[in-house]
Design a protein around this ligand. Structure first.
Ligand code: PLP
Length: 384
């Protein structure tokens, strides 16, 4: 049986692979606490559940829509972009996708040719590098600094495309307006095209999130902005997202999407329109903030980990270099000995760090998982 060279050289995403492993262990009767990804314990916003319920009850027929999504759904997304992001766009500049991942793949496919370079700041969401690899692109990795300055950008290796993740998984960094302006000036000067992933736009605990496209002539620069309902509206399994891009790029993405999935499912499109109209989920954010503070407090006196309090997002990014740089081995031993899954920093391009998703399950489980991580690390530290 032939497996193509293309796919034989690729690997499943580390994040989904770890989650899959947790599911198998649970299926085998083991009780595992899963911090490896962030699956919210909240349901989708009530407006989404109501809209989908009403569509099933009352509409019943669910025809194909155009590949880019139903016109009225795209118009409502344009309203959202004007209202929340300060971006003026038309329906021909929006494509509804099965989550951010599909938008990312299609954008990279449409914007590049094999061998093109893609600048990615690390730590990075694993899908950025994995998608480049699938498409035969050349990821160029650079360490994400605390502050992105013109001097930092000038020192970066030039690339055809740069991917910005704002707010950022896993550090929680929310780019300031000045940083985004520096990136804008730099891409104007270098001719690089930009993909901005704003999937965490509503998960900031303080700093204001600014859309890159609101600060530049995104049509002229060929900027693609990606949105997802997964994290901002706790809708991971719904597979709901969309991209904003200049019309020719949307047309190219449509050409790719058509033969693969055609449009996103009709019910997902109903959910898309309702979700992106739902605004910041304050109750969810308040809950996440309390959890974040509780976990950060618990780690504060632990000598082998440095855990900063993130400005946004569902993750904590812990520096365990005082204990080990081999965080794959750390994560393996942790799941074996304590039945707790974390994401090794290696999967996000940086060794010596672990990522903890803290928004799943109940608070008692979160506390217990943190207790086990600390007990595990303490044992290792005692052996050194
Ligand atoms: N972008 C980043 C950086 C992420 O970490 C995630 C994970 O939830 C997403 C996007 C969402 O992807 P999707 O919409 O495919 O669930």
């Amino acid at each position: 049986m032939k497996i193509s060279q293309r796919i034989a050289h690729s690997r499943p995403l580390a994040t989904t692979a770890m989650h899959g492993r947790v599911e198998s262990m649970r299926h085998a009767g083991e009780e595992v606490i899963d911090f490896s990804i962030a699956i919210s314990h909240f349901p989708a916003p009530a407006a989404v559940l109501d809209a989908v319920g009403a569509a099933v009850e009352n509409v019943r027929t669910m025809p194909y829509t155009s590949v880019v999504g139903a016109f009225d759904v795209r118009e409502r997304l344009c309203d959202k972009l004007a209202r929340e992001n300060g971006i003026d766009a038309g329906a021909a500049e929006v494509i509804v996708t099965n989550g951010a991942k599909q938008a990312l793949y299609e954008a990279l496919y449409a914007m590049s040719d094999p061998g093109d370079s893609v600048l990615i700041f690390k730590p990075h969401w694993p899908a950025y590098v994995a998608t480049c690899q699938l498409l035969g692109l050349r990821p160029v990795l650079a360490d994400l600094p605390e502050e992105v300055t013109p001097a930092f950008l000038a020192a970066c290796e030039p690339a055809r495309i740069v991917i910005i993740n704002n707010p950022h998984n896993p550090t929680g960094k929310v780019y300031s307006r000045a940083e985004l302006e520096a990136i804008r000036d730099w891409v104007q000067a270098t001719g690089a095209q930009v993909i901005v992933d704003e999937s965490y736009e509503h998960l900031s605990f303080g700093p204001a999130h600014t859309s890159f496209a609101s600060l530049c002539d995104w049509r002229a620069l060929g900027v693609v902005t990606i949105f997802s309902a997964s994290q901002s509206y706790a809708m991971m399994g719904w597979r709901v997202g969309f991209a904003l891009a200049p019309a020719p790029l949307v047309a190219a993405m449509q050409t790719l999407q058509g033969p693969i999935t055609a449009a996103a499912s009709h019910l997902s499109q109903v959910a898309t329109a309702a979700a992106f109209n739902a605004g910041v989920q304050r109750h969810m954010l308040d809950d996440y903030r309390e959890r974040r503070d509780m976990v950060v407090r618990r780690f504060a006196d632990v000598p082998w980990i440095v855990m900063h309090s993130p400005d946004s997002g569902p993750y904590l990014w812990g520096d365990v270099r005082a204990l080990t740089h081999d965080t794959v081995a750390f994560a393996e031993a942790l799941i074996e000995e304590e039945k707790v899954a974390v994401m090794p920093g290696d999967a996000l391009g940086v060794r010596g760090f672990i990522r903890i998703g803290y928004i799943s399950d109940d608070v008692a489980t979160l506390r217990e998982g943190v207790r086990r991580v600390i007990a595990f690390g303490d044992r290792r530290a005692a052996l050194q």
